[in-house]
Design a protein around this ligand. Sequence first.
Ligand code: F6P
Length: 357
Amino acid sequence: MKIGVLTGGGDCPGLNAVIRAVVKGATLRYGWEILGIEGGFSGLRVPPHVRVLTPQSVRGILPMGGTILGTTSGNHMITKNRSAEGEDHNPSDEVVEQVKLLGLSGLIAIGGDGTLRVGQYLFERGVPVIGVPKTIDNDIYETDSTFGFHTAVNTATEALDKLHTTAESHRRVIVVEVMGRYAGWIALEAGLAGGADVILIPEIPFQMDVVCKKIMDRYQKGAGFSIVVVAEGAIPVGGEMSVLKRSEDGYVLRLGGMGHKVGQEIADRTQVDVRVTVLGHVQRGGSPVPFDRNLATRFGTAACDLVAAGEFGKMVCLKGGRIESVSLKEATRGLKLIPPDSEEVRSAETLGISFGR
Ligand code: F6P
């Protein structure tokens, strides 16, 4: 039997750990042949970009960031009709065809929301897809955690620890913009772990006067500095996300700028010395922390077990410490957002952290 594995969407610490677990699991436990699909679903268009993976070819990749298979963002594009030489053309037809031509009995797609949606779309068209949830944003439904998230939180927390020293020494406000498009999990968890004073997340629209009052209160009480963590997707009350680029159909391609907007407002309203740091893709890089390596490994072997059981159209997931599975349809019905009155948010507010509300 032959199966394929691909990585789609943004890279993320732990992708290589999943690839390694899939290859070793499929080879050592089941004796299958594995084809690595290069560049996400696009690697299954004509001509296909694939290569055979063996336990030897994945040796040493467990601690490596990125993905040895390469990846492409915008996988949703393959589900769209495009005009080629005057004719309507659906690129996913090529993918469906290539899966048959290559003789794949299973296709393990490792990716975030977009990749998993494409997986569900292809599954409905007869492709034997199994999904593995990845994203540093931790916003996939039906799984307690995605791999990559803990590494990103670690990176952001280390940055906050380092920025604290400058903030305190210079009596400054330091605004730190972290990733988090629609869900503020990195901002919340790194903010808590890094002792932030203000955390702004997409799920709780913020008011600048509340943020500035918190900062001035701290100065008046003698704490002459503040750390403000801003998720890139944070939204002011009555305002909008800070979008850098949209596609023609309105899909948000790139966010950015909210950290600088918040920093400028604080400077204008309080006259305090403000600096802004945007962590950006630093959060997506580096070696996965042990939690992410192990979650990725368990997801990879569980994905092989689902292929062996013929349970296609499913996604592996973590529930209460156990690896389980759920239908891709269920997993892609929305995003896992932070409930504004969750225990974690309330705990932060008890400590005096402001969410700007
Ligand atoms: O989805 C993960 C993510 O890190 C988002 O938080 C961020 O908006 C996006 O990727 C950035 O993607 P790109 O690498 O395409 O700019």
